[in-house]
Design a protein around this ligand. Structure first.
Ligand code: AMP
Length: 136
């Protein structure tokens, strides 16, 4: 059984909870970034890679994934500012390359209430259709 933040029982002692949380630090995106499983990169550099989302929610839907294994945006520290800016920059660059000409939406689902499912920092870039507001 794989454990996630959502199903770690609250009654477990703290050290066991930490161990179980460590077990989920290696996500599918960690394996993709380390090239342990194959993926087509739309962009690759020393700080991030870009892949198409496997379940696209718009005609264009790609993910900018950090190479650094940050579990979520909330875990970023002051020295991650350059990385965060770089990921935004790469999002705009790949959006142009993908021919998204009429705007797009950049989303970070952060933590449980943010709707995050994969605990490895990534930006979603969605385009090719009109987005709704407020989001669900
Ligand atoms: P989030 O809910 O913000 O953590 O987003 C995770 C996203 O990763 C979802 O949109 C999934 O469709 C996407 N995803 C999960 N596994 C893969 C994969 N192997 N390749 C590409 N996208 C994936």
């Amino acid at each position: 059984m794989r454990f996630s933040e959502k199903n770690i029982p609250g009654s477990l002692n703290h050290s066991l909870q930490i161990k179980m949380a460590d077990e989920v630090d290696d996500t599918i995106f960690g394996k993709i970034v380390r090239k342990e499983i194959p993926a087509k990169f739309l962009h690759e550099d020393e700080q991030c890679v870009v892949i198409k989302d496997i379940h696209p929610q718009a005609p264009h839907h790609f993910l900018v994934v950090s190479v650094k294994e940050l579990r979520k945006l909330e875990d970023a520290v002051e020295t991650d500012q350059q990385l965060l800016g770089h990921m935004m920059w790469v999002a705009t660059k790949v959006a142009k390359e993908e021919g998204i000409t009429n705007g797009y939406r950049i989303v970070i689902n952060d933590g449980a209430d943010g709707g995050q499912n994969v605990y490895h920092l990534h930006l979603h870039v969605l385009g090719g259709r009109k987005m709704n507001w407020p989001p669900g």
